[in-house]
Write a protein that binds this ligand. Structure first.
Ligand SMILES: Cc1cc2nc3c(=O)[nH]c(=O)nc-3n(C[C@H](O)[C@H](O)[C@H](O)COP(=O)(O)OP(=O)(O)OC[C@H]3O[C@@H](n4cnc5c(N)ncnc54)[C@H](O)[C@@H]3O)c2cc1C
Length: 617
């Protein structure tokens, strides 16, 4: 018989929450939470992306936001049942605010809220036209001089950006710009995507020849249009490029290829951007209200400066410019770096008969793709997960429901199990001299990605070549200088070289803000990415969320979007709703104030910029 007890526990709690919230009794709400609790809000209460940690932060947030949010109708989500295991009762939930419908997830421990996720699904009165509300397409009946769909699309493309200004401009038309563009299209927010490459998908096509996605297909779907069921597990780069191009077309995006954004400035008085772009050689000035930088986490190459680079006679380039191995057959290559790109490039060079040496300066986290898929991702993103009824939307929300503060605690056992399972493999790599790490706190790949966006290799085959010496390795050393035909390392080794590849990673998206807007604005906004975990390359203080991603920044009307395909799919929903709200709801939410949230670990008050200025308060 179905155990009704979990449902009852969740319903009782939600009833109590509903009553206390409706009565504005903050202390009664706070009392429903564990002392050690986490409330992650994606836009519903905070108009921000924010995790409240502990009762004090819950209290502060509610004091600032409850009256304006007007939450109601909390219940177990339609068609869902609660479940219970290991002392945790959990359920999908739904609720409403004054302006939106919300969906979320709740975990109870000892009858009180341990984790609460609240996410905005849609704005009331501004729902996406889906299902019963889908467009008719055809206009039945008879009408003189009527326009076809094609003519309407052409007219829109001709006028937007010229005789009619877009509400939003997205700089960068990689998968990030395309995903947020698709969401905004569905929400009827006039938008132009600016991309300096000619065609959608070129940012993948132009990468090195051997590249395939490192993440499996279940993790990579774009919004609205999942990959078909016969799509390969690991998309080859040109195939994903073609998918993006097709997607851009069928989702009817206003995509300006061969267009470079040169400069952008914001007029605080008119609350409008001036964005100067070069389109097919001609300057066009755009005047949007909102500017999204989707210029890529992996698009601003970190190019090191070594003595002698100017006299080196061979080829040298950053990994992002590496053409592939064909022209280097029987030559000698040195690849500086030991993360994903370095491994992929070394393996492709070795396959083409190149004598290749990898130079590893410091430790790298390596994890076998199979192990990562089976132990790290399978429960949410795999064929088994699909077969057992897991949807992409639910997988994304379950992932989102785990607070960043404690996420590493869930990750450490996964990577311990991987280390145990692949112990021989790691031993062989170490024996070959490879310097390994598993993250500062042994929490592995995903935490490294969230914290610093670098420092790992998902092994799709190159590590075996390192272990057996096919890819030569010099580790624990740096480059001292280049000579005409060689690379000199800090331990005095001289490596003859016809090719040097700098697989030295990418700079923060903050750099794009500096280049396109100004140093002053970039400094005001601060670092983009990272959690503030105080681990390597992710300095504190603790932020609890990815810095400046998908949420209001210290510069009005400036937003950052990006990340891997999963993040881009998931967070584009919340960024698009924030933008739509700004377009449609200025007045009702103009009263949003600054939230003062006390950090549980830091005694200082952290004043978060919320939507106050951006809404015109
Ligand atoms: C080797 C490698 C492997 C990767 N593997 C994976 C993977 O398996 N799965 C995954 O999810 N991610 C992977 N990534 C991360 C990958 O970079 C991102 O998922 C994806 O490319 C990010 O998309 P994006 O749109 O944010 O950035 P990008 O794809 O980098 O797109 C940014 C775009 O902005 C454009 N641009 C920049 N400045 C301007 C300007 N001034 N004017 C006009 N246009 C401009 C660029 O031309 C570019 O097309 C990998 C990255 C690398 C380098």
């Amino acid at each position: 018989m179905l155990d009704k007890a979990p449902d009852r526990k969740i319903s009782d709690l939600l009833n109590a929450l509903d009553k206390a919230l409706s009565a504005g009794e903050v202390e009664r709400v706070v009392d429903l939470f564990q002392t050690d609790c986490y409330w992650r809000d994606l836009v519903t209460f905070t108009w921000n992306i924010k995790t409240m940690e502990g009762r004090d932060q819950v209290r502060d947030m509610l004091k600032a936001r409850l009256a304006d949010t007007k939450p109601s109708n909390w219940k177990i989500a339609d068609g869902e049942v609660a479940s219970e295991a290991d002392g945790i009762t959990e359920s999908w939930i739904q609720f409403e605010t004054g302006v939106a419908r919300g969906f979320g997830h709740l975990r109870l421990k000892e009858g009180r809220i341990w984790t609460l996720l609240t996410t905005m699904s849609e704005l009331k009165g501004h729902e996406e036209p889906v299902g019963f509300d889908r467009p008719m397409g055809a206009k039945h009946g008879a009408e003189r001089n009527r326009k076809t769909w094609k003519e309407e699309r052409e007219a829109e493309a001709a006028e937007l950006g010229y005789s009619r200004q877009p509400y939003c401009v997205i700089v960068g038309g990689g998968q990030g710009g395309i995903a947020i563009g698709a969401r905004l299209r569905q929400l009827n927010v006039p938008t132009i995507i600016i991309e300096k490459n000619e065609r959608p998908g070129d940012s993948w096509r132009k990468r090195y020849k051997s590249l395939c996605l490192h993440d499996p297909v279940w993790y990579d779907h774009l919004p609205y249009l999942p990959f078909p069921r016969n799509w390969p597990v690991f998309s080859p780069k040109d195939k994903i490029g073609d998918w993006l191009e097709m997607y851009t077309k069928v989702m009817e995006l206003n995509y300006w290829g061969s267009t470079e954004c040169k400069k952008a400035s914001y007029d605080e008085k008119s609350r409008e951007w001036t964005v100067i772009v070069q389109r097919d050689g001609k300057e066009v000035v755009l005047k949007p209200k909102q500017l999204v930088l989707a210029t890529g986490m992996s698009a601003k190459p970190n190019m090191p400066k070594f003595e002698g680079m100017d006299i080196f006679k061979g080829d040298q380039h950053h990994s992002s410019q590496h053409p592939g191995p064909d022209r280097y057959k029987n030559k000698k290559a040195v690849v500086i770096g030991s993360n994903n790109s370095a491994h992929d490039i070394c393996a492709a060079l070795w396959e083409a008969g190149v004598d290749v040496t990898m130079v590893q300066r410091s430790t790298t986290h390596v994890v076998k793709s199979d192990s990562l898929m089976e132990l790290g991702l399978a429960s949410l993103y795999s064929e088994q997960a699909v077969q057992s009824g897991m949807t992409t939307a639910k997988a994304d929300l379950i992932f989102a429901s785990l607070p960043y503060r404690i996420l590493h605690e869930f990750q450490i056992p996964v990577y311990n199990a991987i280390r145990e399972r692949d112990a021989d493999y790691y031993k062989r790599l170490e024996k070959a001299g490879f310097l390994l790490d598993y993250g500062d706190d042994d929490s592995g790949l995903f935490m490294k990605y969230l914290r610093r966006g670098s420092g790992y290799y998902i092994d799709v085959g190159a590590s075996e070549l390192v272990a057996n010496g096919s890819i030569k390795l010099k580790s624990g050393v740096d480059v001292k200088k280049l000579k005409e035909h060689s690379v000199i390392l800090t331990d005095g080794t001289e490596l003859p070289a016809d090719l040097v590849v700098y697989a030295t990673g990418y700079g923060s998206m903050n750099g794009f803000a500096a280049d396109l807007i100004s140093r002053e604005v970039a400094d005001k906004v601060g670092k983009v990415w990272g959690l503030g975990s105080n681990t390597t390359k992710d300095p504190g203080p603790w932020e609890g969320e990815q810095r400046n991603m998908w949420k209001p920044t210290q510069q009005d009307a400036l937003w950052f979007h990006g990340g891997n395909l999963h993040q881009s799919r998931h967070y584009s929903q919340f960024l698009s709703l924030q933008l739509k709200a700004r377009m449609e709801l200025r007045a009702p939410i103009a009263a949003v104030g600054r939230i003062a949230v006390r950090s549980s670990s830091v005694s200082t008050q952290v004043a978060d910029r919320t939507s106050a200025a951006a809404f015109g308060a």
